[in-house]
Ligand binder design. Structure first.
Ligand SMILES: Nc1nc2c(ncn2[C@@H]2O[C@H](COP(=O)(O)OP(=O)(O)O)[C@@H](O)[C@H]2O)c(=O)[nH]1
Ligand SMILES: [Mg+2]
Length: 203
């Protein structure tokens, strides 16, 4: 398939373990941007131009210059050689009309990153609720849209009513490779910590 990177060295003959990660959050929080920023393959995306057909369905209130929307999902890949894993990133569709896909997307996923825009935090509540109810570990990425974030991680966590107060809340710019990589590594750390923790409390 054109665009696929076949040059990644597999030293020691050790195949990196595939890890499925979901990238979720409300409409316009930066999911497509995040997958594009970090993917080592040309990200697959299914986008359509927002048209009058989306009025009332896609709530554009306060979202500047957004003219395309992800219809189904974004897909990207990132090999983390040191960690011995290859991440498969699935950007979930933000709009409520695609909720029926979420259970399928959850299939085989080990963790998620929930992006939030603190100017419109409510748009990411459904993603938080969904992962908490399904028990999927996640980190929160607070997208700093104007280069700054007026709230602290603690304030954002409290405003999101995170069930697990130890859920990492990270400040990031979805356009920054360093930031996105850092948030994915934080998620991996969380997954490893959960895997090593003695039998987790179940609700
Ligand atoms: N300033 C800034 N703009 C961003 C950031 N992330 C995304 N954007 C912009 O916000 C808009 C929505 O992002 P998009 O990735 O399409 O959101 P999605 O609906 O969650 O996929 C786009 O115009 C992006 O260029 C960010 O971290 N900082
Ligand atoms: Mg998108």
């Amino acid at each position: 398939m054109p665009g696929y990177d076949t040059t990644a060295p597999q030293e020691q003959g050790q195949e990196p373990a595939p890890v499925k990660i979901l990238v979720a959050g409300g409409f316009g929080v930066g999911k497509t941007t995040l997958v594009e920023t970090i993917s080592e393959i040309e990200p697959l995306r299914t986008e359509e131009r927002l048209t009058s057909a989306g009025i009332g369905v896609d709530d554009l209130d306060g979202i500047e210059s957004k003219t395309v929307t992800t219809v189904a999902m974004d897909f990207g890949r990132l090999t983390l050689t040191d960690a011995g894993v290859v991440l498969y990133l699935f950007g979930t569709p933000g709009q409520e009309r695609f909720w029926f896909m979420w259970d399928d997307l959850l299939n085989g996923a080990l963790g998620a990153i929930v992006l939030v825009d603190t100017r419109r935090l409510d748009r990411s509540f459904p993603a938080v609720d969904f992962f908490e109810s399904r028990g999927l570990p996640f980190v929160v990425g607070a997208n700093c849209f104007h280069g700054e974030q007026p709230y602290t991680a603690e304030e954002i966590g409290a405003a999101l009513h995170l069930r697990d107060p130890n859920t990492p809340v990270l400040m990031l710019d979805a356009r920054s490779r360093t930031d996105v990589r850092g948030s994915l590594l934080a998620l991996l750390d969380l997954l490893i910590a959960k895997a090593q923790a003695p039998a987790a409390v179940s609700g």
